[in-house]
Ligand binder design. Structure first.
Ligand code: PMP
Ligand code: GLU
Length: 389
């Protein structure tokens, strides 16, 4: 057989697939409104662009240290200290080709065949596929809608077995936008105390929180939490630079850091040298104003979208406190989310991502990282579609 069993078993990223389909149809001249993209519609802040241009002009075109240039590692260290009150040595930080790559490398370096990884559902599309690719077994805990789709400490306790190696936490979450409180995370951390479970804390949307909700980095909870966690973040969302591919991880676990450096040294080497230079001002807080502007815009759009959806019959929508997604319950209309989304695209030219991609049929994800005008038009079309269903 030509292909490995692992690659044959790998599922396609549904978020990227729907986004690509929407762009393809748009390019053919169809009047598509896409709520599929999991990326800010805002352009990258000028300060970041300038830093990249300067780096190109100064000829920063050589390979760098695998984990990143000293200046970029110091900038990540500064960011973690300033924003999260976390102290990491630069030797405990590795920059990666987006946080997707950070997660992939962690999972590849930690998982042996049959190891279990606990994933709260609904989850971001790539987690289970990464786990399976590494030979691990995803173990899902379904978050209850009435609890903001978050898992509780007692649900976690029940899911732990001697084979549990990793717990993946994502707050603020994709696709729901729920945010775990300090207390909820503390309860989770308490359950983990007498175990060797490693927490991959995916904090990609940390700066996109609304309504006085506070983001809490898992590693700040206690010394025990710090030692067992890998803090994962990047600039795709909170730096408006998804295509640049800048992510990073930080961990106190020296063995893990050493393994990931080896793996990266044998695969991608360092990440793009120009991107490393561009990331520095963002990490140092020099575009805080741009990020705040974006956050306010997302908050307003969330409110506009929620208001419009209130009048749509037979659906329910969880009010998110973070990220830029709405996870919409359509189970009273159509449980098969792929079929619902296919018909919505065909009949009303609106692209959204089926809930099944996030582990929950009977829902779809709407990304409101698009203009107010398109949000209004698109939701109007969704409303008409549901009324005619
Ligand atoms: N985690 C979550 C929850 C995400 O939504 C994304 C979006 N792509 C990522 C990680 C990865 O982001 P990136 O690779 O662009 O840094
Ligand atoms: N994270 C984004 C999303 O969920 C980008 C696409 C992806 O990497 O999956 O849509």
């Amino acid at each position: 057989m030509l292909l490995s069993g692992r690659s044959l078993a790998l599922g396609e990223s549904l978020t990227l697939a729907v986004t690509a389909l929407a762009s393809e149809l748009k390019a053919k001249g169809e009047d598509i409104i896409s709520f599929s993209a999991g990326e800010p519609d805002f352009d990258t802040p000028q300060i970041i662009k300038n830093a990249a241009i300067k780096a190109i002009e100064q000829g920063c075109s050589k390979y760098t240290v695998v984990s990143g240039m000293p200046q970029v590692l110091e900038a990540v260290q500064y960011k973690l200290k300033r924003d999260n009150k976390l102290s990491y040595e630069t030797s405990e930080i590795i920059t990666n080709v987006g946080a997707k790559h950070s997660l992939f490398e962690c999972i590849e370096c930690l998982i042996n065949h049959g190891d279990e990884v606990i994933i709260p559902s609904p989850y971001w599309v790539s987690y289970p596929e990464m786990v399976k690719f590494a030979g691990g077994v995803p173990v899902f805990i379904e978050g209850k809608e009435e609890n903001g789709f978050k898992i509780t400490a007692s649900e976690l306790k029940q899911a732990i077995t001697p084979k549990t190696k990793i717990l993946i936490l994502n707050s603020p979450s994709n696709p729901v936008g729920s945010v775990y409180s300090k207390e909820e995370l503390q309860n989770i951390a308490n359950v983990l105390k007498d175990t060797d479970i490693i927490v991959l804390s995916d904090e990609m949307y940390e700066k996109l929180v609304y309504d006085d909700v506070k983001f809490q980095a898992f590693a700040t909870l206690s010394e025990d939490a710090l030692q067992r966690s890998v803090t994962i973040n990047g600039l795709s969302k909170c730096g408006a630079m998804p295509g640049w591919r800048f992510g990073y991880l930080a961990s106190k676990n020296k063995d893990l850091i050493k393994a990931i450096k080896k793996m990266q040294g044998q695969s991608t080497s360092n990440i793009c040298s120009i991107v490393q230079h561009a990331a520095i001002p963002a990490l140092k807080g020099e575009c805080d104003k741009d990020i705040e502007y974006m956050r306010q815009a997302f908050k307003n759009r969330r409110n506009v979208a929620l208001k419009m959806l209130e009048s749509v019959p037979k659906i329910s929508v969880y009010k998110p406190q973070g990220a830029f997604y709405l996870f919409i319950n359509i189970s009273k209309i159509q449980k098969d989310s792929v079929e619902f989304c296919r018909l919505l695209l065909e009949k009303k030219k609106v692209a959204v991502v089926p809930g099944i991609g996030f582990g929950m049929d009977g829902y779809f994800r709407l990304s409101y990282a698009t203009s107010d005008e398109l949000i209004k038009q698109g939701i109007q079309r969704i409303k008409e579609f549901i009324m005619e269903f």
